[in-house]
Ligand binder design. Structure first.
Ligand code: BMA
Length: 336
């Protein structure tokens, strides 16, 4: 099995339905989180989960009933039924003073060398990346913002590569951003960032990713390279449509994309993806994976309203990406 990592015996899982043609298949109980999931929250979507002991922990994007996004903690024994705190995560700064972001959305969650890091989109005179850490999911410490505005979709690699932390991001504008490529930056200490590289560009023959692309779940280490699920956006008369694609990045230099899917691997089709607060959005932020069986459960926000899950097998997905790949002229441009 190609995943370089740990077994996850209790990964949520359903077998591929008979006759199903896509490389991903949806959980039959979707959506797993519905409208008004807690007292204070109107919608929970675009959220990150990971294993924690024999349970699962999640950092959830929760839009409150005042309309503003915040991040909340949640727990689950099966990865599907979630007990989500009604209050947002309480942060302290590095001096121990209370700190709350004005807004916080689209979190990603990763463990590196025994510490858990959360990256979200924060208000820093406009949309920028916020970064924080916790050792125990009880005390949360906010760290320096990695970059100046405007930027979104910060995704850390789950281990240092050549002694450096690596961070994918999508530089943007302060609004709904009609452009966007995936960039990689490195840091010796999670504070000072540089050696920026453009990994992947929007466009190509894939119209579904014509406007912008952004990294999704934490990349998964495999024998073929880093498996990266990402979102690709196109513009229609009715606004943006967010689909999912997948790529394989070089294991020692993830600035170099080796393969990426020409077609989307999932696009909004189901009612919970096509109808909601923002229709036609499938926005992946996390993926659980089991190194023993190759099973993978992708968590995605649907229509800016719900949390949904889709399944695949990593060996089959890697083969699919390799056999259905189209690299674009701008991909890994600064590397070449
Ligand atoms: C993006 C982000 C996401 C959201 C998407 C669709 O700019 O704000 O949180 O899912 O738009 O509305």
């Amino acid at each position: 099995m190609p995943i370089i990592g740990k077994p996850l015996k209790n990964i949520p899982w359903q077998e591929k339905p008979e006759g199903h043609e896509g490389i991903l298949w949806r959980h039959t109980g979707n959506p797993i989180i519905n409208w008004n999931p807690t007292k204070k929250t109107a919608r929970i979507f675009n959220s990150a989960v990971m294993p924690y002991g024999d349970k699962f922990v999640g950092v959830f994007r929760a839009d409150h009933k005042d309309g503003k996004a915040r991040v909340h903690l949640g727990w689950s024994t099966d990865g599907l039924q979630w007990d989500i705190c009604d209050d947002e995560i309480q942060w302290k700064d590095e001096q121990g003073n209370p700190y709350q972001p004005n807004y916080a959305y689209d979190p990603r969650l990763v463990q590196i060398d025994g510490t858990y890091y959360i990256i979200w989109c924060t208000d820093f005179g406009g949309a920028a990346l916020g970064l924080g850490m916790t050792k125990d999911f009880k005390e949360f410490i906010r760290l320096e913002n990695p970059f100046i505005p405007f930027n979104r979709n910060g995704v850390l690699f789950p281990r240092k590569i050549n002694g450096k932390y690596l961070l994918l991001s999508r530089p943007s504008d302060s609004g709904h951003t009609p452009f966007g490529d995936i960039f990689l930056s490195e840091s010796p200490d999670l504070t000072h960032w540089g050696k920026h590289r453009r990994v992947m560009t929007k466009g190509g023959s894939g119209w579904w990713q014509a406007v912008k692309i952004g990294a999704g779940p934490i990349p998964i280490e495999t024998t073929e390279g880093w498996l990266m699920i990402y979102h690709g956006v196109t513009g229609t008369c009715n606004g943006f449509v967010y689909s999912m694609g997948a790529a394989i990045l070089d294991i020692n230099n993830p600035a170099k994309v080796l393969y990426r899917t020409k077609d989307y691997i999932l696009t909004p089709e189901q009612p919970y993806e096509t109808v909601g607060f923002v229709p036609n959005v499938a926005f992946p932020c996390a993926a659980l994976h089991d190194a023993e069986t190759g099973r993978m459960a992708i968590y995605y926000g649907a229509a800016d309203t719900y949390v949904a899950v889709a399944y695949t097998k990593v060996d089959e997905l890697l083969d699919y990406i390799k056999n259905n790949s189209e690299l674009l002229p701008g991909d890994a441009e600064e590397y070449r």
